[in-house]
Design a protein around this ligand. Structure first.
Ligand SMILES: [Zn+2]
Length: 217
């Protein structure tokens, strides 16, 4: 079982590197199954991440499989799994997400697709990487959300599967780039709460985001 889990984490890391969200050794990816968490190891070049570059730990961080020390943000990942039903966690220093995290206190909803992440994305206050203080701040910023930004640092996304956490990281980066470009032209218009509520209603009634068969005659 852990063979598959380590493969899935390595595949996700390589994909995010290919998409430009993970650069060099910066960022980390994890997934949980049963009582175990598989996380990219510290110092691994993520574009070439192999299953043996993924370390398997218990919920308390005890290494049960792998030769390499787990990511320095392990306590953040473990804390998120403790707080939520997430199955995958992605942490990046992606270019646009990190840019906004250096300026904003919150990424407001200027495009309806952001509601997939749960609404406005909070920016967790700055704390040194790898510290319990940072883990606490990010866990609070994630409340009711699938994403958070980390001040002067990067992004975290979660999901009910590892692939959903990856998709959410890509979506957050797209939204951050959108906000960046829109801000260059003027003040981005923020969707009102009523407009956001209407989107949720419409999405539910249309099963938005899933392929739908044509009604047969
Ligand atoms: Zn980081």
């Amino acid at each position: 079982m852990t063979v598959l889990l380590r493969e899935q984490v390595a595949d996700a890391a390589r994909r995010l590197a290919h998409e430009g969200l993970l650069v060099g050794t910066a960022g980390n990816v994890s997934a949980t199954s049963g009582d175990l968490v598989a996380i990219t190891a510290s110092g691994v070049v993520l574009a070439g991440c192999r299953p043996e570059d993924v370390t398997v730990v218990t919920p308390t961080g005890y290494v049960v499989e792998g030769e390499l020390a787990p990511s320095s943000e392990l306590s953040l990942h473990l804390g998120v799994y403790e707080d939520t039903d997430a199955v995958g966690v992605v942490h990046t220093h992606a270019p646009y997400s990190t840019t906004l995290a250096c300026v904003l206190d919150e990424l407001p909803v200027i495009h309806y697709q952001q509601l997939i992440l749960g609404g406005a994305v909070r920016v967790a206050p700055y704390a040194t990487f790898g510290t319990p203080e940072l883990a606490v701040a990010v866990r609070a910023a994630l409340e009711g959300r699938q994403a958070a930004l980390m001040a002067s640092h990067g992004s975290v996304t979660i999901g009910p599967s590892l692939s959903a956490a990856v998709d959410n990281a890509l979506l957050l980066e797209w939204l951050a780039a959108l906000y960046h470009r829109a801000s260059a032209l003027g003040v981005p218009k923020v969707l009102t709460q009523e407009e956001q509520d209407d989107v949720v209603r419409q999405a539910l009634s249309r099963n938005y985001g899933n392929p739908q068969e044509l009604a047969s005659e």
